[in-house]
Design a binder for this molecule. Structure first.
Ligand SMILES: [Zn+2]
Length: 581
């Protein structure tokens, strides 16, 4: 009896010892764990407790030290610090996900079937939206009419946006709700397609589309919540554990906070307020929100725009566009206006992230930031410039000089390369979409995708950054460049032929990043851009247990294989939020 008691006591004693010293609720073993710490340490196993990393080591060490913890065998899979997208739009991406995606559909029947499927998922009377149809892809290339949509959706109004955004295809229910009849006049700048006797057929062009937009139901909180959830749940499947959301309304922020309270967010949101105005004034008054809801929602910055985009020639350039010699782009905010907002922000501990695509626009942002920094010295401000697509090489050093952070999207380079040179000309294009040039003047670049403008896949971003090729591997050789020229997707240089050496293995291959640099963009550099480098971005004891687990070792496989790599698990705050089945 005495022996049993003492044994019991002894085991109880052991239990206390093991609990107090070696406590973990979950361990991952048999992995290849890239910590990305100062020494680039690589581990086999990791222990976490209450969402925090508590230990790292070999599988044998971690298994024996934490024998009571739940054990997850990684079976040789590869773990990285949780991927961070430093520039995206959560609600916009959710809207796209909830609409029917019609890109690539090849017939009216195929589209009607997709609409019918959607009808089965919604309530009678709910509006159904879709986007991306193109009658040029159909056998019958004329405009469609509402009849086939009426059969698919007799009780739901339907509006489907054409791929270019300049036409709506609607059903009868939508025409009725919009009050569009034989007697409705075409609005100015708009066209209501009609049959031989003047009855609207269900296609509305340009300004006529607003007749439908006007009668769409008001957005409810429930709809915003559904959109945000659809978005973040999808982002988690791409291994994204934190997203910097660029331009968010106060209403959406409140809904995100509610979702955080309810434990429904599978990733952490770092929201930037959508420009000066009511929400911004409100936040200047009440101050930033840092780590709300167990560190799932942070609001400590504002998003501004100095200019527009390159595709529409809205980026503000110091010299006119090559293919539009009278146009130098648009200035959406002046240097003074940016300075004023930045000054307010720095005084109240907020960060500013300004969209800057053209070289003149970026130059103005630097000027404005530098003035505000001078008045707020000693502050750790981490002002950001978003996109940095065309930068005067002389401006590059202003990043490190002032602690200003460039935020770039590697996929923009490969998406825009078919026409970027036509816009910019053969000289200016060399300092455009140029991360290696930017890294000469900045120790870091925060990496992002700009979802939904591009896919949120971080692996696609890393691939584009490393190869400077699109998903089909273009441009990979002289022959590929000739193909682009033949298809009028490339301007030929003054000499009459493209400089083929430039295109060997990617578009301006001198701007290719190493895999290490590209991974840093989406992990520790993005964490720094959000003041969170002490909590995430590397795998180290004391940091948050946010991980992305892949089925291939992207650090060592041939770069083209990065596109065939899968996210197999996403872990946020120690919990598995996504697992590939
Ligand atoms: Zn954006």
């Amino acid at each position: 009896m005495k022996l049993i008691l003492s044994l019991l006591f002894f085991s109880f004693f052991l239990h206390i010892v093991s609990c107090s010293n070696n406590k973990a609720d979950r361990i991952f073993i048999n992995g290849l764990i890239y910590s990305l710490d100062e020494k680039s340490s690589v581990y086999e196993a990791i222990a976490i407790q209450n969402g925090i990393i508590v230990d790292l080591g070999t599988s044998a060490e971690i298994s024996s030290k934490y024998s009571n913890a739940e054990k997850i065998d990684l079976n040789g899979k590869v773990m990285f610090p949780g991927f961070i997208d430093a520039h995206g739009h959560i609600s916009g991406y959710g809207d796209n996900l909830l609409e029917i995606n019609l890109v690539g559909t090849s017939s009216q029947e195929e589209i009607a079937a997709l609409v019918k499927e959607k009808v089965s998922q919604v309530n009678p009377g709910d509006w159904i939206a879709g986007h991306g149809w193109d009658q040029n892809d159909w056998k019958e290339k004329g405009w469609p009419d509402h009849k086939i949509l009426d059969q698919a959706a007799p009780n739901n109004p339907v509006y489907l946006t054409r791929i270019d955004g300049h036409a709506l295809w609607v059903n009868k229910k939508a025409l009725e709700l919009a009050g569009i009849t034989k007697d409705t006049k075409d609005p100015s700048g708009g066209d209501i397609k009609r049959d031989a006797i003047g009855i609207p057929t269900g296609v509305l062009i340009d300004n006529a589309m607003s007749l439908v937009y006007k009668v769409l139901p008001d957005v409810t909180d429930e709809m915003i919540q559904r959109t945000v959830l659809a978005s973040v749940q999808n982002l988690a499947t791409h291994g994204i554990t934190s997203a910097h959301d660029m331009g968010v309304s106060s209403r959406t922020i409140e809904i995100m906070k509610k979702l955080a309270d309810e434990g429904k967010l599978p990733l952490r949101i770092h929201a930037y307020i959508d420009g000066p105005g009511k929400t911004w004034n409100e936040y200047l008054e009440k101050g930033s929100v840092i780590g709300y809801g167990n560190n799932f929602v942070t609001v400590r910055g504002i998003k501004l725009f100095v200019d527009g985009a390159m595709g529409s020639r809205g980026a503000l350039m110091s010299q006119p566009y090559n293919d539009d010699p009278k146009n130098s782009g648009l200035m959406l905010m002046s240097e003074d206006e940016i300075y004023k907002v930045t000054n307010d922000a720095l005084k109240k501990g907020f960060q500013v992230a300004t969209h800057g695509i053209g070289d003149k626009g970026i130059n103005l942002i630097f000027n404005a930031y530098e003035r505000a920094i001078k008045e707020n010295e000693k502050k750790d401000h981490r002002l950001r410039i978003e996109h940095v697509q065309v930068i005067d090489p002389a401006d590059v050093e202003r990043f490190s000089k002032n602690g200003i952070i460039p935020s770039m999207q590697p996929v923009h380079a490969t998406s825009d390369m078919p026409w970027a040179e036509a816009r910019l000309g053969t000289e200016r294009v060399k300092w455009s979409y140029a991360p290696k040039l930017v890294l000469k003047g900045s120790p870091i670049i925060a990496g992002g995708s700009d979802f939904p403008v591009e896919s949120p896949s971080v692996l696609e971003g890393i691939y584009a950054g490393v190869t400077r090729q699109d998903k089909n591997g273009y441009p990979r050789s002289w022959l590929d460049v000739m193909w682009l020229v033949e298809n009028k997707m490339w301007v030929i240089s003054k000499a009459g032929i493209p400089d083929t050496t430039l295109f060997e293995g990617g578009w301006y291959p001198d701007q290719r990043l190493s895999v290490q640099e590209a991974v840093n963009e989406f992990t520790k550099w993005a964490a720094y851009a959000a003041f969170e480098e002490s909590k995430k971005g590397t795998i180290e004891v004391g940091k948050w247990a946010d991980f992305t687990i892949l089925d291939k070792d992207i650090m060592t496989i041939p770069p083209k294989e990065i596109l065939n790599t899968n996210v197999v698990m996403t872990v946020v705050d120690g919990k598995i939020v996504y697992e590939k089945k």
